[in-house]
Each structure stands twice: as structure tokens, then as C-alpha cells.
Design a binder for this molecule. Structure first.
Ligand code: ADP
Ligand code: MG
Length: 582
């Protein structure tokens, strides 16, 4: 027992408290998390939280150690998306905290609940800037980058601190929360009974938010008046986990819909109302757009521009839990503020039994356009060229995901991301996990790990070779925990393409990598399966085998270095120099 513990024990017995048992910050924090059903912590051990991780594991929490905090953080972020409970990431102080903070900001940007718990150095020294080990005012740094940030200074406040963090993460628009744990908090002792009484079980952490009846009627009026309506489903709708209600609503209205990338599969992508293959047509021609858990941000070109047809040609209905989202980019004719389940339930009630379906000419035009586009694409997806191009490879993966609807697709890259998003159909909700709102590279392995851990389903991570490089070391983590993850590296030997040449010096061009890199050997190095796939046939065989065996697998899929385009589909975001171009 420590000296402080001895003193406290004496004091407690002098004040007549019969309970001699003591607890400390370590145990109170673990107990507070367990009391609130935290089952898994993603993190990297080190000063001052190494023992905390060990003790949490001993107390029955699953503690998964990563090789870099950013990937542990990305795992926690996606765990939050998949479970509607805050994903927990645990890091050391200053540098580890900063690595985790990138993922916390990513979770916040994507509206996913996550709590970053970081150990920190002694407050007295940090606040006087006296130069402590890993000194940093982490709370101040975190604040602008997350939804809420708290520091717990006293053991008796751990219960309330954890409760506040959970509520802030999951209520309203979900987001990332930072919880600062100074090293000496963990060692603080208090009476065990009082400690237990100080813990808080959060009741109804994300209360339902009902829309007002006026707003519901207004939305129904706008929808009723529309001739060419369109629904856009976003990842807020898949996060809400009211899948049957969303499907029922879309089908009852008969309105064609688009799914944003992570909302794919919320209704099966081969649904007759899915207008994905006629995206340009529906965005341009629709006269009313209903957004359900999707923001009119850059991913929808802010609801304006050529893509969206004539200016002011559309009415907007928008369901979102955050009132501030309304009118953020376009004036919203019928804002419906509330959670998606409550809003859709109210709309369904208001629609009654005799809702007339959308105009047949509108649906017919969409279907015709979609069929033509699908037919145009079909031969490209069936090509068996060697070296492979993106479409030949993805055509095979498309078949596999149709045969294995429970398998989760993780996807990042530039061309690899853009082509896979449109080619691979998903058939169930929350089966596509990708770069999210920021379009950030590096989410791959962390996301794949949490997807496997949280769902138990096999995961296929389709990765550009550049994107894979950001988190590649986590293949060791995948092997260590023996997770059913198959990483497919689309290896075109570079960023965008593998063909750039630097014609003024000996260094390689800025966008190319080592030619014929053997990424498969990275997985073999840690005892997993590594395969090279040169043809679509090779690729299909290897992925099917990996899904069946559930063994950690990396398939090095050799793609023609000439196959990609600069920045995939978002090359228009690159600024152009007016001076250069010799
Ligand atoms: P996408 O990228 O798929 O378009 P976004 O992340 O832009 O999706 O939008 C998701 C939206 O969903 C956010 O504005 C968020 O506030 C909202 N949202 C999240 N959860 C819910 C919920 N349960 N009910 C209503 N809206 C939600
Ligand atoms: Mg590449």
C-alpha cells in the first residue's frame, strides 16, 4: 500500500468509517467504463497508462493494442459508428495523444461517438511550463478539435467525468470527446464504498428527439407537391440503426433514392428504386430532394452548380438531428429536426394509407438511364486483362460481395476508392466503411480491425497501395489477434498512377513507389497468408479463400501502373498553376 493509502486508511478509521477497503483511480475508471457497458478499448500502451491497460484487461475489458495511436483511434471511431456507443481509444501523453487526436477529429467530423482517453503529465508542472516528460496542455489542444473535452482531477469525480463524456459523445449529433487523465489521478485512493457510490450509470444517453407536428406536416406537403422527388440517404441514416423503417419509408413513398457511400446497402444496392446508376440525371432533374442523415457538403457539391440543374429549381426537405445543419448550404423548405427514427415514424403516421407513388414518367426515365449505364459498364467489369485494370479487378470483387452479403467492405485510396464505390454493391446496412467526410487516407487497417472485432464478420479491405501505406504496420495487429481480415492492395506502384517521371534529377517522381513491391510479404512476416494476384481469376480465388478460411490475408493485386487518373474523381479540387506547364 502506498503512503497516501496508509494515511487515508488511518483517517477513515478515525472518522468512524468501518469500511477499510480502498479503491483507486485505476479501478474507479475501469469500473465506471464497465458500468456503462464499455467492452473494448483500442489503444497503445505507455507512460502513464500501461498499468491501466493491463488492469482493464484483467477486469474483463477487451484491450486491443495497436502499433500507432491513429489507427487505434480510427478503430474506436468506426466502432462508435457501428455500435452507437462511444468507441474508446486510450493513449499516452503528448505525442500519443496528438496521434489519437487526428482520429478524434475524424470521428467528430463524421458525427460518430468516440472518447479519446489520454494520460497526461503533472498539472502543476505543465501549467507552469516547467518542462515535464511529454509536457503538453492536452485539454486546451483538444478543445477546438472535438465536441467536448474534460479533465478529471479527483478520484471522486471519475464517475461524473465518464458520464459526461459518454453523454456528450452519443447525444444529439454524435461526436468525439476528449477525456484528460493526469497520471496522478490513477493512483489517488478513496474508500471503496464511497468510490462505488460515486460512479454513474448513464440513463438514456441518446434520448429520442421528436420533430414538431408542424414540421412534419410541412414536409409532407412539400413531398406531396413534388413531381420528380429524390431521396438522398446519408451515413446518419445508417448510423441510426432503424433500417426497416428507412426501407419502409422509401418503399411507401416510391421515391427513387441515392445512397451516399456509407449508406450503401441500407436498402440493397440492387433495389428497384436505387438511382445510383442514374446519379447525374436525378441530381439534375429532380424538383424536390429529401436528405435523410446526409449533409449538403462538398460530397454533394454543396447542393449547387451544374450538377444540380437550374438554380432554385428544387425544394429541399432535410432530416437531421442538428438544427444548425439546416440552411447550411441551401435554403431548406422543410426542415425536420429530430432523430431519424422519430422523424420517419412521424412522417409514416402522417402519410396515412393512401399515399400516391411517384410519377411513372419520372421513374421510367431513371430506369432507362440506369439500365443504359449498367449495360455500358458490364463488359469493362468482365475484362480479364493482365495486368489488371481497376474494373477487371473490381468486377470480381463485386461478385464476391453479392455472394457474401455479411462481409464488410473497407475501402480507401483515390481511384481504388472511387471505382470500388460505384462498382461494388452492398446488400445490407453498414457493410461499407470508408474514408468518410474528410476523404482521409489512413483509415484502412484501424477500420478493418474494429469492423472484425465489433461484428465478428469477415472484412475485405480494398486499399490503394498509397492508402495502405499509412496504416500498413497494423497487419501485425491483425495477425496478433488472428482477425478474419483480407487486405487487397491495389498495387499500381504509385499515388494515382505509377508512371510519373522526374526529368530533372535522379530522385523518383513524387507520386511513384518502388516498382513491383511485394506487399504480400508484409503479412507473411507475421504469420498470415500473403498472395500475389496477377489476374482477375487469381484475385477472385484468393479473396474467396480468405473469406472462407478467416485467416489474416494480404493479396498483392498487381494493377496496371497506367490505369489510374490524378486524384480519382476529385481531380477538380486540385488548384491549377497558370504559370508552369512548360
Ligand atoms: P454522408 O457523408 O453520408 O452524406 P454526413 O456525415 O454528411 O453523411 O451526414 C450525416 C448527418 O446525419 C449529420 O448531419 C448528422 O447530424 C446526422 N445524424 C446522425 N445521427 C442521426 C440521427 N440518429 N438522426 C438524425 N440525424 C442524424
Ligand atoms: Mg496506387
Amino acid at each position: 500500500m502506498s503512503a497516501t493509502a496508509e494515511i487515508l486508511k488511518t483517517e477513515l478509521s478515525e472518522t468512524g468509517n468501518e469500511s477499510n477497503a480502498l479503491t483507486d483511480g485505476f479501478h474507479l475508471l475501469i469500473d465506471a467504463l464497465k458500468l456503462n457497458d464499455v467492452e473494448t478499448i483500442y489503444g497503445v500502451p505507455g507512460i502513464p497508462i500501461t498499468d491501466f491497460g493491463r488492469m482493464a484487461q484483467a477486469e474483463g475489458i477487451r484491450v486491443l493494442s495497436f502499433r500507432h495511436e491513429q489507427h487505434a483511434g480510427n478503430a474506436a471511431a468506426i466502432a462508435g459508428y457501428l455500435t452507437k456507443k462511444p468507441g474508446i481509444c486510450l493513449t499516452v501523453s503528448a505525442p500519443g495523444f496528438l496521434n489519437g487526436l487526428t482520429s478524434l477529429a475524424h470521428a467528430t467530423t463524421n458525427c460518430w461517438p468516440m472518447i479519446l482517453i489520454s494520460g497526461s503529465s503533472e498539472r502543476e508542472i505543465v501549467d507552469l511550463m516547467q518542462g515535464d516528460y511529454e509536457e503538453m496542455d492536452q485539454l486546451a489542444v483538444a478543445k477546438p478539435l472535438c465536441k467536448a473535452a474534460y479533465r478529471i482531477l479527483h478520484a471522486q469525480d471519475i464517475g461524473i467525468g465518464v458520464a459526461r463524456a459518454i453523454r456528450a459523445a452519443v447525444s444529439g449529433r454524435p461526436g468525439g470527446v476528449y477525456l484528460d487523465i493526469p497520471a496522478n489521478l490513477l493512483g489517488q485512493v478513496m474508500d471503496e464504498v464511497e468510490g462505488a457510490q460515486s460512479l454513474v450509470k448513464v440513463i438514456d444517453p441518446a434520448p429520442a428527439q421528436f420533430p414538431s407536428p408542424i414540421a412534419v406536416n410541412r414536409a409532407l406537403e412539400v413531398l406531396k407537391a413534388a413531381k420528380k422527388p429524390l431521396i438522398i440517404l446519408g451515413k446518419g441514416a445508417s448510423y441510426a440503426q432503424c433500417d426497416e423503417l428507412v426501407q419502409g419509408f422509401v418503399e411507401k413513398t416510391g421515391i427513387p433514392y441515392l445512397a451516399m457511400s456509407m449508406a450503401k446497402g441500407l436498402l440493397p444496392d440492387d433495389h428497384p428504386q436505387y438511382a445510383g446508376a442514374a446519379r447525374s440525371l436525378v441530381l439534375k432533374e429532380s424538383d424536390c430532394v429529401m436528405l435523410i442523415g446526409a449533409r449538403l457538403n462538398w460530397l454533394l457539391s454543396h447542393g449547387k452548380g451544374k450538377q444540380w440543374g437550374e438554380p432554385n429549381s428544387k425544394k429541399f426537405v432535410h432530416i437531421d438531428i442538428d438544427p444548425k445543419e439546416m440552411d447550411s448550404n441551401q435554403p431548406i423548405d422543410a426542415p425536420l429536426v429530430g432523430d431519424i427514427e422519430s422523424c420517419l415514424t412521424a412522417l409514416m403516421d402522417g402519410m396515412g394509407g393512401d399515399w400516391s407513388k411517384s410519377d411513372a414518367a419520372w421513374l421510367g426515365a431513371i430506369q432507362e438511364k440506369a439500365e443504359a449505364n449498367v449495360a455500358k459498364m458490364a463488359p469493362r467489369l468482365q475484362n480479364n486483362s493482365v495486368p489488371m485494370d481497376f474494373h477487371g479487378a473490381l468486377g470480381r470483387l463485386k461478385r464476391i460481395f453479392t455472394d457474401h452479403p455479411d462481409t464488410i467492405l473497407v475501402n480507401e485510396g483515390a481511384n481504388t476508392l472511387d471505382f470500388a464505390r460505384s462498382v461494388i454493391d452492398l446488400h445490407k446496412p453498414r457493410k461499407r466503411l470508408d474514408v468518410g467526410t474528410w476523404g482521409v487516407m489512413g483509415i484502412g487497417m484501424g477500420t478493418a480491425i474494429a469492423a472484425a472485432v465489433e461484428t465478428g464478420h469477415p472484412v475485405v479491405a480494398v486499399e490503394g497501395d498509397s492508402a495502405f501505406g499509412f496504416s500498413g504496420m497494423e497487419v501485425e495487429t491483425i495477425c496478433r489477434y488472428n482477425l478474419p481480415i483480407c487486405v487487397v492492395v491495389f498495387n499500381n506502384s504509385g499515388i494515382y498512377r505509377g508512371t510519373d517521371i522526374n526529368d530533372v534529377g535522379a530522385d523518383p517522381a513524387t507520386t511513384v513507389f518502388v516498382k513491383e513491391a511485394k506487399y504480400d510479404m508484409m503479412m507473411q512476416a507475421f504469420g498470415g497468408v500473403g498472395v500475389t494476384a496477377n489476374s482477375p481469376d487469381d484475385l477472385e480465388r484468393a479473396v474467396r479463400e480468405a473469406i472462407a478460411s478467416r485467416k489474416p490475408t494480404l493479396i498483392n493485386a498487381i494493377i496496371n501502373p497506367e490505369a489510374g487518373t490524378e486524384s480519382g474523381r476529385i481531380g477538380n479540387l486540385n488548384p491549377q498553376s497558370v504559370v508552369s506547364k512548360k
